[in-house]
Design a protein around this ligand. Structure first.
Ligand SMILES: Cc1ncc(COP(=O)(O)O)c(C=O)c1O
Length: 384
C-alpha cells in the first residue's frame, strides 16, 4: 500500500475515506486499455496531446451524456481535465482574480476548501440543509454584496449526492439557483462527481443542463466510476469558456494535463464495458449504503438522525443535542471506528454532525462500524 493516499489503521474501520473500494478497481480492464492505447505502434497516447484533450474521449463523453442525460453536447463544450480537483483549481485561476468573492456551500467537500484557499479570494459561506444549498440565504448574500457595490464572482456547489451530507438540491431550488446566478452574473461551478452513482431512481438534472448558457461550469470525473489514480475528468461549459479554460499557459505549453490517462480511458470506454461497470458499482454501493443505514438505525442512540442518501458515498449523522463530533472521535477510535467530524467541513466551528463513508467496506464491516459507533456514543454520553 506504499504511497497510497489513505491507508487504513489496524483495528479501525475507517468510515473516513470517501473513495472507491480498491477491490472494485478495474485492474484487468485498464491493463487491456493501456495495451490498446499503445497497440500496433499507435503513438497517439505518447506525444503531447491537444489542449482540450483527446478528441475521441470528448466524443465518447458526449455520447455518454446524450445517453444518460438526454442532452446533445457539441465537442467544443467539453474539455478533458485531470479530475475535478485540478479542474476546480484551473477554473479558479482562469475565472477569478485575487480578492474576488467566492461562495462555497457549507458543509462542503473538505479538500475543496484547500483548493479555494490557494487562490487568495474572499471566501463566503452559504448554508446547506436537507434540500441542499439554501437559495434564500444565497439571495440575501448576493443582494447585500450588490448594495455594497460588490458581487460574488463564483459559487462552488455539489448539488447532486453532496459530499459530505449526501443531499440533493431540490428541483425548485435548482431552478431558483440558476435564475439567481444569471441575474447576478455569478458563475456556478457544479461539482458533479457522484452523478453516475445513483441508487434510487435517476439523478436529478444537472444545473449545467438547465441553466442559461455560460452560467454553469460542470465538472465530471471518472475518479469514482473507473479509478481515481487515472486523474481523468471533464469540464462542460460554453464553447468560449472551454476555449478560455484550455488556453491556460501551462496547458498551452504541455497539452491536456492527463493526456496518456485520457487516451487509456478513451480505449476503455471504446471497449463498451463502462455502462455495465456503472450498473455493477450502483448495486455494490447500494448494498453498502443499505447495510450502513440499517445498522445505524439499530445502533444510534435516540436524538441522533440521518437521511438515507439517494446516491454518492456518504451518510451524514446529526448527533444528539450538545454532543460534538471532534470530542467523540478519539472515543470512537478507541472503539475501532473512525469518521469525519462536521467541523472539518465547516468554517464556523459547527460540530454537531459527522460524515460516514460507505464506499470502502463490504456490508458486514459497515454494520460492525455502526455498532462500534453506537457503543462509542453510549460510553461518550455516559462519561459526560
Ligand atoms: C465532491 C468531490 N469533488 C471532487 C473529488 C475529487 O475528484 P477528483 O478525484 O476527480 O479530483 C471528490 C472526492 O472525494 C469529491 O467528493
Amino acid at each position: 500500500m506504499d504511497g497510497v493516499q489513505n491507508v487504513p489503521r489496524a483495528g479501525i474501520i475507517e468510515l473516513v475515506f470517501g473513495e472507491p473500494d480498491p477491490a472494485l478497481l478495474p485492474v484487468t480492464e485498464i491493463r487491456r486499455a493501456c495495451a490498446a492505447a499503445l497497440d500496433g505502434g499507435r503513438t497517439a497516447a505518447l506525444p503531447y496531446g491537444a489542449n482540450e484533450g483527446p478528441p475521441e474521449l470528448r466524443r465518447l463523453i458526449a455520447a455518454r451524456i446524450a445517453a444518460t442525460e438526454d442532452r446533445k453536447v457539441p465537442e467544443g463544450e467539453i474539455a478533458i481535465t485531470g479530475g475535478n480537483s485540478l479542474a476546480f483549481d484551473q477554473v479558479l485561476t482562469r475565472f477569478t482574480t485575487p480578492g474576488d468573492t467566492v461562495l462555497v456551500e457549507l458543509p462542503t467537500y473538505i479538500l475543496a476548501l484547500g483548493i479555494v484557499r490557494d487562490h487568495h479570494v474572499d471566501l463566503e459561506a452559504v448554508p446547506v440543509d436537507d434540500d441542499g444549498l439554501d437559495v434564500v440565504v444565497l439571495e440575501r448574500i448576493l443582494d447585500a454584496l450588490a448594495l455594497a457595490g460588490r458581487r460574488a464572482r463564483l459559487l462552488y456547489t455539489i448539488p447532486t449526492f453532496q459530499n459530505p451530507t449526501g443531499t440533493c438540491l431540490s428541483a425548485a431550488r435548482r431552478r431558483r439557483l440558476v435564475e439567481l446566478a444569471a441575474a447576478h452574473d455569478l458563475l456556478i461551478v457544479e461539482d458533479d462527481v457522484y452523478r453516475e452513482l445513483v441508487y434510487d431512481g435517476v439523478a436529478p438534472p444537472s444545473l449545467w443542463s438547465i441553466a442559461p448558457v455560460a452560467t454553469v461550469l460542470r465538472l465530471g470525473s471518472f475518479a469514482k466510476t473507473i479509478a481515481p489514480g487515472l486523474r481523468v475528468g471533464w469540464l462542460n461549459g460554453s464553447a468560449t469558456q472551454v476555449e478560455h479554460f484550455a488556453a491556460a499557459g501551462f496547458v498551452d505549453s504541455g497539452g491536456c494535463p492527463s493526456h496518456f490517462s485520457a487516451s487509456v480511458v478513451a480505449c476503455y470506454l471504446e471497449g463498451g464495458g463502462y455502462p455495465a461497470r456503472v450498473e455493477r458499482l450502483r448495486s455494490e454501493y447500494r448494498a453498502r449504503r443499505d447495510a450502513l443505514a440499517a445498522a445505524l438505525t439499530e445502533h444510534l442512540p435516540p436524538g441522533s438522525s440521518f437521511v438515507v442518501p439517494g446516491g454518492g458515498f456518504f451518510i451524514w449523522v446529526t448527533l444528539p443535542e450538545g454532543l460534538t463530533a471532534s470530542a467523540l472521535l478519539p472515543v470512537a477510535e478507541r472503539h475501532g471506528v473512525s469518521f469525519v467530524p462536521a467541523a472539518q467541513a465547516m468554517l464556523n466551528g459547527d460540530d454537531g454532525a459527522l460524515r460516514l463513508a460507505f464506499s470502502m467496506y463490504p456490508p458486514a464491516q459497515l454494520a460492525e462500524g455502526a455498532k462500534r459507533l453506537g457503543a462509542a456514543l453510549g460510553s461518550f454520553s455516559a462519561g459526560r
